[in-house]
Design a protein around this ligand. Structure first.
Ligand SMILES: Cc1cc2nc3c(=O)[nH]c(=O)nc-3n(C[C@H](O)[C@H](O)[C@H](O)COP(=O)(O)OP(=O)(O)OC[C@H]3O[C@@H](n4cnc5c(N)ncnc54)[C@H](O)[C@@H]3O)c2cc1C
Length: 409
């Protein structure tokens, strides 16, 4: 009898896991639970219901593969037209204003790919590949808030209002959110949901996993995004890069880590300024109206604070790029006044509280706890691609193998 599986989190790892389970012939009922409006997580694309051309990669703008063997899901993703090689020019800003063309950072090494029409197509593609081999019961806009289990019984998934969501044999966490003490600090939850559930289970391996996850720290990012009208786009599109990263000195000088230039199909252009870790750490209390955390907490917009952070990132962006933007005034004031004049949704803040896990992460031998039938995947698993899309995808594939070896379905 196939055992049922609930996967919490429709990021690259969760979507990769369900796709690979289906490709391996696992017949179990599989449900996928995601608090966001759609799949993607940190590799998602902001789209607008009112503006069909707007597609902004406000998290990962691309991904790279650095290990020799490709993930098993790469070939079907490329063949299905979901992802394509990324060939945009990259550059490095060194110090105050030294531009080194063609010099990648750790995210630009190896083979580069992006979603066709937006990074969210990577997860959409994974779900399409999985669904072609068997049903995936996806629930979006649903926060799993509590977990419960008695030894030998099923896992219970419980919603924000204490409402029962599902009962399953196997639970998979495709994110650390329900297992990490940061939720107590950031979300003001009184307990760590998986730790509370584990108290009844007497599973030493699970306790070890929880202790290890609790020790994983993360870097944050505050990203400002600007949608520029076609009439202003030309100087930005003429920049000699689509992706700029800043070396340590430039990060310290400008508070920026990366800048991406994303052309839109109708001639407009999106500019995303990724903050440095230090800048984000200084502004952790400013979420951005559209950040996942603001939606989970159902926070009211705080336009004033948000605008201050956007203004700081904007100033750094425009001043750092002034030598290449051809501002006739020479002091970047033209672009300052233009960008300041943009209003939501053309000017937004996206705060990623846990943007990048910091090494060493959760060892792969701990990714599955057979006694309690709970398992883990995500970029927080140690190994090749740690902290990147590659690691998330590989962890999903590795867990699919392990679950099928357990004979789940
Ligand atoms: C600004 C930024 C830039 C980046 N740039 C790059 C890059 O250039 N290259 C690269 O390789 N990587 C990059 N990354 C990292 C990359 O995005 C991540 O490594 C990868 O997307 C992680 O995927 P994941 O599935 O492990 O986790 P996530 O994408 O975080 O997915 C977890 C999902 O679980 C959901 N979730 C969590 N808890 C619950 C719950 N209780 N109930 C319901 N849903 C829940 C979340 O909403 C989320 O969608 C970047 C990340 C950021 C933030």
């Amino acid at each position: 009898m196939p055992q049922s599986i609930a996967v919490i989190g429709a990021g690259v790892a969760g979507c990769g896991l369900v796709a690979q389970l289906r490709r391996l012939g696992v017949r179990s009922p599989i449900s996928l639970w995601e608090t966001g409006r759609g799949p993607g997580g940190r590799a998602s694309t902001r789209r607008s219901r009112f503006d069909q051309h707007v597609a902004v990669d406000h998290g990962a703008p691309l991904f790279n593969l650095t290990s020799q063997a490709d993930p098993a899901l790469l070939e079907p993703l490329v063949a299905g037209g979901w992802i394509e090689p990324w060939t945009g020019p990259v550059a490095c800003l060194e110090g105050e204003s030294e531009l080194k063309l063609g010099k990648p950072d750790a995210f630009g090494l190896g083979r580069l790919y992006r979603g066709v029409g937006g990074m969210d197509q990577l997860c959409q593609g994974l779900l399409a590949i999985g669904s072609a081999a068997g049903p995936i019961d996806a629930h979006y806009g649903t926060l799993v808030r509590h977990l419960a289990k008695v030894p030998g019984g099923p896992w219970q998934l419980i919603g924000r209002e204490g409402d029962p969501l599902a009962e399953v044999d196997w639970l998979v966490l495709g994110s650390t959110l329900l297992a990490h003490p940061r939720t107590q600090r950031i979300l003001e939850w009184p307990e760590v949901p998986l730790k509370a559930a584990a108290a009844a289970l007497n599973d030493l391996q699970l306790d070890h996993v929880l202790t290890t996850i609790a020790g994983i720290r993360s870097e944050a990012r505050s990203n400002a995004l600007f949608v520029l009208p076609a009439a202003w786009a030309e100087p930005w599109l003429a920049l000699p890069f689509r992706l700029l990263h800043c070396d340590a000195a430039a990060q310290q000088r400008w508070g920026l880590r990366r800048i991406t230039i994303q052309p839109l199909a109708d001639g407009r252009c999106v500019v995303v300024a990724h903050s440095s870790n230090a800048f984000a750490a200084d502004h952790l209390d400013v979420y951005g109206t559209h950040s996942a955390i603001a939606q989970i907490l159902q926070l009211p917009p705080d336009g004033g604070k948000e605008d201050t952070v956007i203004a700081a990132l904007q100033q750094a962006l425009v001043q750092a790029l002034a030598p290449w933007l051809g501002d006739p005034s020479g002091d970047a004031s033209l672009w300052q006044s233009r960008l300041t004049g943009l209003a939501q949704p053309e000017r937004q803040l996206m705060r990623w509280g846990a943007a990048f896990p910091m090494a060493p992460g959760l060892p792969t031998e701990l990714m599955l706890c057979p006694q309690s039938q709970v398992a883990f995947c995500g970029d927080y698993l140690a190994g090749e691609g740690f902290g990147r899309v590659e690691g998330a995808l590989r962890s999903g594939e590795a867990l699919a193998r392990q679950l099928s070896l357990q004979g789940v379905g």
